[in-house]
Design a protein around this ligand. Sequence first.
Ligand code: UDP
Ligand code: MG
Length: 306
Amino acid sequence: MNIVSIIVPCYNEEESIGYFYKAICEIEEKLEDAQLELVFVDDGSKDNTYDKLCELHESDKRVKCISFSRNFGKEAAIFSGLRAGEGDCFVVMDADLQHPPETIIEMYDCWKQGYEVVEGIKKSRGKESGLHKWFAGMFYDIISSATHMDMRNSSDFKLMDKKVVKELCSLTEKNTFFRALAYWVGFKSTSVSYEVCERVAGTTKWSYWKLGKYAIRNITSFTNVPLQIISILGIIFLIIGAILGIDAIVSVARGLAVGGYPTLLLLIVISTGAIMLSLGIIGVYISKIYDEIKNRPQYIIRDSKK
Ligand code: UDP
Ligand code: MG
């Protein structure tokens, strides 16, 4: 009998957990040669999520739960769950049933065929506003070129063999991006597609501000291209400067007046903008180094039931 560990990050999911548990139990009945282990990680919820999880643990010994001392974010919750699971393979999925549990059956079959990573690929991105779609599209274009993999419709919904999980858990970085790291570790992979469902209850935890921070954090943890762009910007400014300088010298030699105030103003504004932007980009990388060097844990566990 194989054990499939289901890792579920939960933040203020008291309304969803009941539905999720019911749906996942139905899946176990369909997996003939597998038993489930459910690892719920309460990411510092402000509602009664953890109480609900403890109730489940009392009534069902397959349920393990972990509670963080505060909200550390979904990434931290995923990694903590992966470290706590003891299965032969691991499935990471959301608590709100947006990742359809039936897909696990297909993923499990792929794993039995020898695939070590089975990616859940979204058939479409579900209901999102135009701005959200545009923003997400831009983010995935950048991240896909940084990782050299098409991540446009990828998600955190994945099945991984225990040896893949072991490698992921041995990474020491704190600024993790699970979705891309699961590609980065390599291994034999395939994908299954799924339709993103409506959230079963509650609301999304993402604001545009949170999404923006998430995008910058993940782009800078996977690529140094923004730093290289600064050098390219420097070269472009140098060339523009040289052309304008030569033009000024030629004009003076010809006895013509050199273009004055507007040109100067424009140049100062553009170059100051470029310098500030460059400093900002360098700042992001320095702050990441600062965060990593402090070596604080990615999360702190307040309580757990195993
Ligand atoms: N989540 C979490 N910590 C957070 C935010 C979200 O553990 O700080 C969990 C949440 O409970 C859910 C999953 O991550 O199980 C996806 O979150 P959500 O549904 O809000 O995101 P969306 O589906 O809208 O991208
Ligand atoms: Mg969701």
